[in-house]
Structure formats: structure tokens, C-alpha cells
Design a protein around this ligand. Structure first.
Ligand SMILES: [Zn+2]
Length: 312
């Protein structure tokens, strides 16, 4: 089986050995990628959270072009950064932060085999309002959707506790975005998921999509032709003591050995730091919940992800 992990945040501290602000080990992403390949994960999308993350992701995509592509955009957690020092600029419709993203994206898209595969993460997250309040998030979402219509990349979307606002902002833009998009790390209700599918969007799930009975019901109903898989590493790992999902993991291969971050050894996983080699387990859980084979789920997700993000 082969997998395309459509959401990995390589720029997160954990991948450079930093836990709660303190550095415990050297970056080990090459090892993370080796383990991913051992478990059939052949493609990875690196999600970009903010302008400052572009360069880090780009370096990795350049180093592993067969394996990685990336998104470009500003995550709702960082939406305030777009407007941080542009009080004057925004009056006449210019925003240098957005213009920088636009220029970067255009130059990367002009490359023969572009490192960019999607525009995002963009969207709304009403759980974390620390950086940007709801109005700032909505403004950033609209402004970036406007930008997306110029770039014509598929969208990489994030939505949490905000589906109604998310849909009302996004819907009018979709006719101008024919390549559609993916709502990643989805953990909402079945009803919300079906509304997003109705808009033509794909849905991807990970370890946080199976926590409540409501979410489990939602996963059962994701159409196979709209399903994608992800780990959202280094976060969102499958909870190993959840009896609702454990029953589906019996056929999964055991994971490589892991150690706590303060006992790190190069070549081993780090406890509670998720990584792409666990994607097979996500596929097993989705298959178990849907009552189909893991192979069916893996093949459908692979096809959907490659169609949307990996045009060669
Ligand atoms: Zn996200």
C-alpha cells in the first residue's frame, strides 16, 4: 500500500528537537522521512502556517523533491500577522504581507516542477482566538481567497468550530477556484462534513477525527471519492488506549521503537510526537469504521490526493 500524508507541519518545534521551549535533540527529519517510506508513505504535503515558515519548508522540498511538496498561506492562528504593521497600507488596498506571499507564490509556480501544491492553510478556527479574533480571521480568509483566485492552486483549508461562517465566506469564491480544495484535519459533525462535500471539497482525517461518537459517525459517511488521509504530525496522533478504535489496529504493523524526548536516540521515534509512518494506522481506523478494506481506503485516498495535489 502507498500513502500520501497530506498534512505535516515540519516547521513545528518538535521536529527540530524543541519541546516546551527547550532543545533536547538535533533535527531528525531525514529519519522521520525514512520511517515514513518504510511504512509506505511515498508523498508528504508540508503545510505552511505563516510567511516565516515558507523558507524552512522550501528547503526541505528542494532536498526531497520526489517525496515532498508544500502549501503557501497564512493559517488562522497567524492571521494577525497579515495586518500587524499595515495600518496605513491597508487604507489604499495594499498589504505588503499579502503581496509578499503573492510574489513568492508566483515565482515558485513559475518553476518547472513547482514545490507548491496548494494554497493554505487558510480558514477559520474559533477554538484558538489568541492571535486573531473572529473578525481578523474572516478578513484574512477573504483576502487570501481573493489571492487564491489569482494563483489557481487547490485550496488547503482549516476549519474548527466555525463551519457556518467558513461556508458563507468560501462559497462565493468557489466558482473562481476550479481546482477545488481539501478541508484537512476534519473533526466536525456528519452534517457539516456533508455540506462541505456538497461544495465539491475533499475531506481529510487523522487521529483527532475519531474521538467522539459524533465524529466516528461523520467518518463513516465520508464518500470514498472525497476522502484523503493525513497524520497532521507532529500533532493529532491516534490515541492508543481508545477501545473504539483499537479493535481496528490489530492488523496494522507495530510502530518502530520510541523513546521520550529527553532520552532521544537518532533513528527512533519520539513518544507523543506524531509522524508520517503512522498513516497506515489512520487508514486502518477509517476502513474499520466504514466497513471496507484498508486497501480500498488507502487506494482511494492515494488517488484523490494525487489528483488534487500531485499533477505531473
Ligand atoms: Zn490545520
Amino acid at each position: 500500500m502507498r500513502f500520501f500524508d497530506v498534512a505535516v507541519t515540519f516547521t513545528a518545534d518538535q521536529f527540530r528537537g524543541i519541546y516546551r521551549g527547550k532543545k533536547y535533540h538535533e533535527p531528525d527529519f531525514a529519519e522521520v522521512l525514512n520511517r515514513a517510506k518504510d511504512y509506505g508513505c511515498e508523498k508528504i504535503m508540508l503545510t505552511t502556517m505563516s510567511l516565516t515558515g515558507v523558507e524552512q519548508n522550501l528547503q526541505l522540498v528542494r532536498e526531497f523533491p520526489e517525496l515532498c511538496k508544500m502549501t503557501i498561506g497564512v493559517h488562522p492562528y497567524h492571521a494577525c500577522e497579515i495586518y500587524a504593521d499595515h495600518d496605513e497600507g491597508s487604507k489604499d488596498g495594499h498589504n505588503t504581507h499579502l503581496e509578499q506571499i503573492q510574489q513568492l507564490a508566483k515565482s515558485l509556480l513559475a518553476e518547472i516542477s513547482s514545490p507548491l501544491a496548494a494554497f493554505g492553510e487558510i480558514g477559520l478556527d474559533y477554538v484558538y482566538l489568541d492571535c486573531a479574533d473572529k473578525d481578523t480571521q474572516k478578513r484574512a480568509f477573504r483576502d487570501q481567497l481573493e489571492l487564491a483566485t489569482q494563483l489557481q492552486l487547490p485550496l488547503f483549508l482549516h476549519v474548527r468550530e466555525s463551519t457556518a461562517d467558513f461556508i458563507s465566506i468560501l462559497k462565493p469564491y468557489l466558482p473562481r477556484l476550479p481546482r477545488g480544495g481539501l478541508v484537512h484535519s476534519f473533526a466536525g459533525t456528519k452534517d457539516e462534513m456533508l455540506q462541505l462535500v456538497e461544495l465539491g471539497l475533499d475531506i481529510s482525517v487523522n487521529g483527532i477525527s475519531f474521538r467522539t461518537d459524533e465524529q466516528i459517525e461523520m467518518v463513516k459517511y465520508i464518500p470514498l471519492d472525497r476522502l484523503q488521509l493525513e497524520t497532521d504530525a507532529p500533532w493529532c496522533e491516534l490515541s492508543s488506549n481508545d477501545t473504539k478504535i483499537n479493535q481496528f489496529l490489530e492488523a496494522a504493523r507495530p510502530l518502530p521503537p520510541s523513546r521520550k524526548h529527553n532520552k532521544f536516540i537518532l533513528g527512533q521515534m519520539v513518544k507523543t510526537r506524531n509522524e508520517s509512518c503512522t498513516i497506515e494506522r489512520v487508514a486502518f481506523v477509517v476502513a474499520g469504521l466504514k466497513g471496507v478494506t484498508m486497501e480500498e481506503v488507502a487506494e482511494a485516498a492515494w488517488r484523490n490526493s494525487c489528483r488534487m495535489f500531485w499533477q505531473t
